[in-house]
Design a binder for this molecule. Structure first.
Ligand SMILES: [Zn+2]
Length: 207
């Protein structure tokens, strides 16, 4: 396939999963952004500030790994959080960033926590490379900031210090998750959102 065909296919996948995220209530009010690697140093990413339930392929643009536009449009304000992951993880080919209520609420509720521990979940096997429920996922929680380069640098430092980072939460904001393909990334996202909902239910039952 040509680069143009690959790019169109990536845009179509982004649109499909954008609509799915919107329908689940994970991407309200023009929030969230999604991307897919099209070449080693080129990424298709959603344009800034669009209704994710109405997204079309013309709302997805091309940027380089510094987040600089390679096609017409204004890339998402959080593009550098995507390119940071593509630069760091060569096997990262798709990223979904949602603003789900559960990611928002749990990180506000655990307002002093720097890491969310997800332990003993069967559905953790949905993550590429995990084959048993006897796995504890450590999900870092970063403080929210409008300074995206600083936030991207904080994620980079955390990844320097920890192996096997699979996702992260930004407090009161949402989550970032990635995978080797968009299909894998979606499966990871569904599993992660499910575990967050379960954690919230547990907290409710304990109070
Ligand atoms: Zn966001």
């Amino acid at each position: 396939m040509s680069f143009e065909q690959d790019l169109l296919a990536a845009k179509q996948r982004i649109v499909t999963y954008s609509h799915k995220c919107y329908e689940r209530g994970w991407s309200p009010a023009t929030s969230s952004n999604y991307s897919e690697r099209v070449a080693e140093d080129k990424v298709a990413v959603t344009c800034s500030g669009l209704d994710k339930g109405e997204l079309t392929t013309t709302d997805v643009m091309l940027v380089d790994l510094e987040g600089q536009p390679l096609s017409e449009g204004k890339p998402s304000a959080e593009t550098l959080l995507h390119t940071q992951l593509y630069k760091r993880f060569s096997d990262c080919h798709a990223i979904l960033h949602t603003h789900s209520p559960q990611a928002c609420v749990i990180s506000r509720y655990l307002d002093q926590a720097e890491v969310l521990e997800l332990k003993g979940y069967e559905i953790a096997k949905a993550f590429t490379g995990i084959s048993s429920h006897e796995t504890t996922l450590h999900i870092p929680i970063f403080e929210n900031s409008q300074d995206i380069p600083a936030l991207a640098a904080a994620v980079d430092v955390y990844c320097d210090q920890h192996v096997g980072v699979r996702a992260y939460i930004i407090r009161g904001h949402g989550l970032y998750i990635w995978g080797p393909t968009m299909n894998d990334c979606w499966r990871h996202l569904e599993a992660f959102e499910y575990m967050l909902e379960c954690q919230l239910l547990e907290i409710r039952m304990q109070s």
